[in-house]
Write a protein that binds this ligand. Sequence first.
Ligand SMILES: [Fe+2]
Length: 366
Amino acid sequence: MSQWRYHNPVAVHFGTGVIDQVAEQIGPRKWLLVTQAQAPFAPMRERLTARTHAPLAIADAIAPNPSLAMLQGLCNQLRPEANDIEVIVALGGGSVMDTAKFLAAGHCDYMSVACYLDGLVKLSGKSLPIIAIPTTAGTGSELTKWATIWDPDQGRKLSLNRDDLYAEAAFIDPDLTASLPWALTLASGLDALSHALESIWNRNATPVTRGFAVTAAGDVLKALARLHVNLEDRDARCLLARGAMGAGLAFSNTQTALAHNISYPITLKHGVAHGIAASFCLPEVMTAAIGVDVECDVALRAVFGDLDSAAQALRRVLSDLGVAGTPQAYGIGEEEWRRILADAFDGPRGRNFNGVPAKFPSEPIL
Ligand SMILES: [Fe+2]
């Protein structure tokens, strides 16, 4: 048997009410709260701050898909307190987590991280510690050491990837996702499904990551079907949070693969939500992966049953959830789609993919 390792240093606290244990984790440290200002976050902020001392500073002007310009503004705002912050508490979805990692890496100094992302300098010293409290079930960012930063002015997607950006602890409380509307529930849930499947058809997969991923994919599929019928289903919220966590534990060690590489230009140029962009062509990606690696096939069979009908079955699931299956539905023309695919196979995430380009269907599986 080949050698492999698995590593994830995040202390995971899971379950209804774990948000009440965050105060203990913060302890006497001076903390920065990174969150969003919108209404659904107000009661969560209150619950969090009711049990501990007040944060030294709050950064809550977080736009989706954090851009360099937005991060520069935040760092300017935080300059008076930056040197005193001892720990960052991130309460929110993927954009909040990514913002927290950017701030942690440079101790809230914009230029040092911006220059680091351009490959101009090394970052000196260790990142600030992060306590992650996800309020969506999907990104898994609370369990990974990387962040996606966007540079829309130059059409670039930048990746921050450092061992010291793993959170010191993640508090995953499914109750925090209870009020999420369907569109956000779906997009974040499908992001988790994509993480699980992408870590299965991945050259970096191990028995541990595939174990997490198979269970996670099953949890997410079951949970989304239930929440589509009844958004108030608390048990399904728990199942989705558990699935997103399992997917996070899986892809934190494998990274993602082809479907994510396909998604980035679609999000950047067409504004499609990440979870939708990263999942609408999963059936086609799966077709290119099936029959290439025995262990991968075993894992996919554990999720979908018969592999001959797996891609069709997944297309039916996506369609039932209201997800369109053609690039055209997202405003992508034929020529652009061909270019996106070619670039996606060539990029670093594409090279993680263990499938075969020639097996990728030329037409969407509908
Ligand atoms: Fe993702």
